[in-house]
Write a protein that binds this ligand. Structure first.
Ligand code: FES
Length: 476
């Protein structure tokens, strides 16, 4: 997607790009390379930090860092982040017919998906996807919360305006009967306009995590709106909706649902009920704080194989490689371990390790991966030890190569693992289409769920340290 900007006296181009929605994953410090834009017309001079993070070939092709951008005249740029793939869901669900149209929304930290649904038939009539416009104020939930504390109400305005524009296009002039949303706890608070102070410090428990209803006059789309309740702590209504979609509340045996992202969320079912927890991974799985990290879009290495004893990269869109996304990173580490180019303690034998033309893996990238996967694996070890089957929710879980995830010790070797697609969106749609049993179902799930505070448990810290090693693990 392209963006044209003209110089404004006293304002840097970087500032304008940020305001226009370009996300600065490292906060604009010029160290992550995640804010790349390609100049289509006009000039952005290549400054020192750009020369460090971008190759000569990329500079020649017009790639620049948005966070360092200055320009004397008008410029048009292509924003790499805006072409990321967004996971949606079209699975059929049971319908309790009623008149009109409704909208189901999965409000993610990174991506948004909204579906217009025919409430009589359950048919999905239209879909809108976008990157979350709040992302320009920080890549992960913690940086958004910090921003909100400094600028109260700003992120609520941004997300409601963005969803307002999406729903205007979806509704196409027709009235909407109802809008239902799910998201993680930070997204819930930021959409609902709630005080995020309790989410900013230990024990990260907010008294405002319940369902929130808004009358039509309070929303830009003029329809009754319900944000589903969070499960507990940083485990949001995206996981509650995931429980609905995977029927985890109706399965007596040990099954788990695991959403791997900047914030990992886990919920596990047993005969006694559901237990849930969250664990902070940081942005590595989305390409953040990785030297050549980028979202999963054209030009990203999304898979790495071994060919003739060497690493061989697959690039999305069969294009020239421009960086590496989360699934590529996990693959690259797994294959480097196989070839002895990387040791289980995380030391790269060759640093940096070349993956494809101009794309390399550095020692610091491996450390970021170890932190992210260590937090995820430790959370699983705390909660899911008895699990016989794990479903992976969300985009990253859907594109991740399971063999590689097991090889680096992100997922257990002896548990059946299966992607669940966008379970959050499916669950929201199911609740939208079954209004009479909705309250009872949600109430039952909340009543049977126990939230476990991982960070407060010394055992978690030990498991986290142990799980930083890049080696397979088993539960039994
Ligand atoms: S935000 Fe520009 S390099 Fe990180």
């Amino acid at each position: 997607m392209k963006l044209t900007l003209r110089p404004i006296p006293g304002r840097r181009l970087a500032e304008q790009l940020r305001e226009a929605g370009v996300e600065f994953p490292c906060g604009g410090e010029g160290i992550c390379g995640g804010c790349r834009v390609r100049v289509v017309s006009g000039q952005i001079p290549a400054s020192g930090p750009m020369r460090l993070l971008l190759t000569e070939a990329e500079l020649r092709e017009g790639w620049r860092l948005a966070c360092m951008a200055e320009a004397a005249g008008p410029v048009t740029v292509e924003v790499e982040q805006w072409s990321a793939r967004v996971l949606t869901d079209e699975t059929g669900t049971a319908v309790e017919p009623r008149r009109g149209r409704g909208v189901a929304i999965d409000l993610g930290t990174t991506t948004l998906v909204a579906q217009r649904v025919h409430l009589e038939t359950g048919e999905i009539e239209a879909v809108e996807t976008a990157l979350n416009a709040q992302a320009r104020f920080g890549a992960d939930v913690m940086s958004r919360i910090q921003y909100e504390l400094r600028h109260p109400g700003e992120l609520t305005r941004v997300i409601r305006e963005q969803l307002g524009a999406m729903l205007r296009r979806l509704a196409a002039g027709q009235p909407l009967a109802e809008v239902l949303l799910a998201g993680n706890t930070a997204m819930h608070h930021l959409f609902c306009g709630l005080d995020v102070t309790p989410l900013a410090g230990v024990p990260f428990l907010s008294p405002h995590s319940g369902a929130r209803r808004f009358p039509p006059e309070q929303m830009p789309w003029r329809a009754p709106t319900l944000f589903l309740p969070c499960l507990g702590g940083f485990v949001g209504s995206d996981l509650l909706a995931g429980v609905v979609a995977t029927r985890l509340d109706r399965k007596p045996d040990q099954q788990g649902l695991f959403d791997i992202g900047t914030n990992g969320e886990i919920v596990v079912a047993s005969r006694k009920g559901l237990r849930c927890a969250s664990t902070a991974a940081g942005p590595a799985f989305e390409g953040g704080r990785i030297r050549h990290g980028m979202r999963a879009c054209e030009g990203a290495i999304d898979a790495v194989h071994i060919e003739n004893g060497r690493l061989a990269a697959h690039v999305i869109g069969e294009a020239a490689p421009r960086g590496i996304c989360g699934s590529g990173l996990v693959d690259a580490a797994a294959k480097a371990l196989d070839l002895g180019l990387l040791l289980p303690n995380g030391r790269l034998i060759q640093n940096p390790l070349p993956l494809a033309d101009g794309v390399e893996l550095t020692q610091s990238d491996i450390r970021q991966l170890q932190l992210a996967k260590g937090a995820m694996a430790a959370g699983l070890k705390m909660l899911a030890r008895e699990a016989s089957r794990l479903r992976l929710a969300g985009a990253f879980g859907n594109y991740l190569h399971l063999g590689s995830a097991r090889r680096i010790g992100l997922l257990p070797e002896d548990v059946e693992v299966e992607p669940a697609g966008n379970a959050a969106l499916r669950g929201v749609r199911m609740l939208l289409l079954q209004p009479s049993s909705r309250e009872e179902r949600i109430g039952r799930i909340l009543a049977m769920t126990e939230h476990v505070e991982l960070a407060a448990d010394p055992a978690f810290q030990d498991l986290f340290a142990e799980s930083m090693r890049l080696e397979p693990f088993r539960f039994r």
